[in-house]
Ligand binder design. Sequence first.
Ligand code: ADP
Ligand code: ASP
Ligand code: MG
Length: 450
Amino acid sequence: MSLLPFTVAKFGGTSLADHQAMLRCAQIIKNDASNKVVVVSASSGVTNLLVRLSQKDVPQHEQLAIISSIRAIQFNITQHLAEETQLNFQIDQLLNELSEFSNAQSLNYCSRIADAILSFGEQMSSRIFAQVLKSVGVNGEMFDVRQVMKTNAVYGKAVVNLELLADNAQQSLTPLLVDKVIVTQGFIGQDEDGHTTTLGRGGSDYSAALLAEALHADNLSIWTDVVGIFTTDPRITEHARAIKEISFGEAAEMATFGAKILHPATLIPAMRKNIPVFVGSSKEPEKGGTRIQQFVESSPIYRSIALRREQTLVTVKSPAMLHASGFLAQVFGILAKHELSVDLITTSEISVALTFDNPTGSTQALLNSTVVEELEQLCEVTVEHGLSLIAVIGNKMHRSNGVGTSIFETISGINVRMICHGASEHNLCFLVDEKQANETVEKLHNALFS
Ligand code: ADP
Ligand code: ASP
Ligand code: MG
């Protein structure tokens, strides 16, 4: 079935925080008839509450308090809708289910139940937003994404089966787009046994990109709380400015290196199918935003600066490394066995430095115990936490004169722990102490973008 050019639109948590915010999103959909599929995050704050609920040993009184806070956030929106009673009934049904999962979790922790708990935010917001669309005269209908977003059973960072997604989406979603606007959940999926899974924090962007790919959409719009992608996180410096146009490659580097505006995997499906991506603010859609596409007019040496906190640096050192082969294979063998994914690497004569992303403290826990003991059988190991990774992103950086000098002269007073340059033409990155991260970004931004 062929449709007119159409767009998959994704709204993040702040865009769905309350009724006013949801109405603004509904107007965006209404104003452009090409918006046929809407992917929603949970209303702002809800997933964070669910994360706490999904943890071990949450006392009964706290479980009740969390569920009642979530109920208040959602009822605060539904009170403005004609279908309030019917929606509140549905939300209470979902919250009863949530409460059963949370009781089970407090008795016996299990990562499968954690994912089930995390999925409720999107389950509620999608139902509510479909009604908000109806309230502005758009024929919105909620579609449970778990019917199509089939994943493996790696809870917390499930991997989507792309072939199944494409088949399922073509079969059960495409026919609905003829006369409806489909509202579906980001972030969640379903494993082979029918258990709910999640794709990782911030994963709704990625869900939207996957759906755009599977449905052969012509555009992907990511509506958030800032007017596009900035030269750096606008929360770090007021001098950050929005970028009008950026290439897939540059934006992918930004996402990978911590620019929270996009989930790191978002651009992979878009690049595979050459689907242009727009990023804009649902609060100020008239201000335009950033277009991410394959070819762009300008390719400056410096495009942006990204910052990723909570990095761990591991240095392994052994004289056995000198002129020997197979040492690194053994080190990586141990890391692979423990499913630790290495981020950056630098080597010297007898030592190797490796970094790990450590967003939830999980890497820290692993690296403090078994892994270190196993590595110590091979070599001397030093583990350092509390570091931030700063990536300067741009074009042809590996071939341009003076890149290193411009960057490191600017931050000459700051202790740089590790530098990676040359592997990618799009970035130069390094580690600094967490406490100096903002200052480093500000100084660099002033020097490179003012
Ligand atoms: P959503 O809930 O819509 O998914 P997020 O909070 O995940 O929104 O992402 C938007 C936030 O990303 C912005 O408020 C901003 O603080 C942050 N951010 C980080 N780096 C950048 C950047 N380079 N450009 C714009 N925003 C950025
Ligand atoms: N609600 C999920 C989260 O907060 C997914 C998302 O917002 O993209 O991580
Ligand atoms: Mg996000």
